[in-house]
Design a protein around this ligand. Sequence first.
Ligand code: HEM
Length: 327
Amino acid sequence: MELTFAACFLTFLISFLCVKKTNAQLTPLYYQTSCPTAEAIIRPVVQQAVQRDPRMAASLLRLHFHDCFVNGCDGSVLLDDTSTFTGEKSAGPNLNSLRGFEVIDNIKAAVEKSCNSVVSCADILAIAARDAVVLAGGPSWTPMLGRRDSRTASASTANTVMPAPNDTLGIIISKFRAVGLSVQDCVTLSGAHTIGRARCSSFSARLYNFGNTGNPDPAINPFYLNTLRGICPRGGNANAVTSLDQRTPDRFDNSYFTNLRINEGLLQSDQELFSTTGASTTALVNLYSNNQIVFFQNFQNSMINMGNIKPLTGNNGEIRTNCRKVN
Ligand code: HEM
């Protein structure tokens, strides 16, 4: 009898701990009674924005990533600077680079009309990211919901924790680990670079003076190097942009991984997933480039993992009425 009780207690404890780890507070049904139309309101706004500007799918996906990595998925990336803090929009990885804030404003305005002060900006980012991927031809998943919005943001935290395009693979992996994401999540989520654009400033050191050697990165194939030098001449416009995936720039597919295998990754952080000698990431790049179905399945899971990073729930944070400002 005592043994049975002990076994039951142990089972309870284990399942409690497991559920805690996967974020018990978030649930796909969070707005089922408070705002059942939330997702139906958000989808057409994203659709319209992507129809007008196909790159917007990439920009919305990236916003969710940049939100989640800095103190968790709490809508902090959307806050404008105030007299009391310099927000994440001013941080190096974001300034003159993050896009889509007006689309989030439009979504928020539309949602507020039907459901006043109910749906958080952090959840809007998660839903818009999913809708964006689907519109670009990628997989769908059911986002976990119930995040609340932060009352503050930090440019300096963003500067420290965000992966940089010239970080080595080891540093990138440690930055993913720091937010509870695995090497597999890192490779899989990097596949988001199958859509969108990057500025010359994010990769031009690779073209002329890689690691201060005075030479280009040996892991760029010569034809691709020529193309990129045409787009980003020495001393040219640092804000000129090119596609992260030259083959199918606006289509969410697995060609990003195929590009890496022929040394056509745009960022150093992309190419190192394949080219780093002895790295465990190479096998995953090969797998995804051979099998889009597995990439899509793993991408859904990794997006949910990323969306689970340290959400504010319960009485923490607030539901902002304007995503740019605390209430
Ligand atoms: C692995 C570490 C990563 C690094 C170092 C990195 C870095 C970058 C950089 C430098 C850009 C171009 C920014 C510019 O030049 O303006 C970019 C664009 C982009 N990133 Fe990442 N990224 C990483 C991971 C991710 C992840 C995990 C996602 C999403 C799940 C993501 C989604 C995107 C998208 C979609 C774009 C294109 C955005 C647009 O066209 O507006 N990235 N990334």
